[in-house]
Ligand binder design. Sequence first.
Ligand SMILES: C[S@@+](CC[C@H](N)C(=O)[O-])C[C@H]1O[C@@H](n2cnc3c(N)ncnc32)[C@H](O)[C@@H]1O
Length: 282
Amino acid sequence: MEELNNKLDKITFDENAEHDVSKDPIYAAKDHDSQFDPKQYLEGFYKTAKEDTAMQVILFFLPGVLYRLPEKVENLLDLGAGPTVYIPIAVRKRAENIFTSDYAEANRQTLKSWIESKSEFDWTNVCTWLSNIEATNESPKMMQELARSKMRGILSVNVHKDTVIQEVYYQHTEYKKEIPKQFDVVTTVFCLEYASETLEEYQNAVKNATSLIKNGGFLIQGGVLNADEYSFGGRRFRCHHLTKEQLLNCLKQNNMSIDEKESCFKLIIHDDIFILVSKKYM
Ligand SMILES: C[S@@+](CC[C@H](N)C(=O)[O-])C[C@H]1O[C@@H](n2cnc3c(N)ncnc32)[C@H](O)[C@@H]1O
């Protein structure tokens, strides 16, 4: 924690920056499919893994949170991955079959190009950041190769639909099984509150997302509290103003553990960025 605080203290925000974000156009959460620019997003948030406090908090605490999962996980889904692959990289040793997903086709295309080793974006810095926290001496190339070898599919998803998985966008040719309807672990970071604009929508998104978890399975959720919008690349997107109370209530209403006394629940909040692990009761 001290290490992270030191790192966060070193981030300098340019208060005199000429660009006034409040003048950028603002889009609805549902416009992610047409207005999300994967390249700008990755350049803005993941280029050095030091660029953005929110991503730093997630990447710093993620390996520790994953440690609470069973040693072997058969099927894992990253729900609303955007164009990012840090989750598959972080779970590469634990998960047997990794599925990723997004609502926007541009993001699904970006995920596919990484799986096919044709990624335009360089994940080396994020790998190095993760490997420092994991204390592993694997190279970024080895980390990505292992993660890639576990990728089984890319799904088109919409958390506002009862049937979240709308279609299979890509399936690895060697994966002959049917895509699971439920997973041992679902991870979802900066997705559920960013896909919603009202509490009702958020509640529905959590209900739908948790329906993808097997009984006895786990949810790893990351996100932001008390925010009304987010922005990158000259565009803003409205989001649901999520409170800690709403976050916990929604989990409870969906049969997910929220008791810190149980080893299957852990919530970390730093600067309004949260990451949690919660188990679905049998
Ligand atoms: C801020 S990005 C988060 C991406 C990534 N998980 C991360 O940690 O950087 C929000 C993502 O939510 C996705 N999203 C928006 N509406 C959605 C919906 N209705 N269903 C599923 N995903 C949605 C967007 O397409 C976008 O990729």
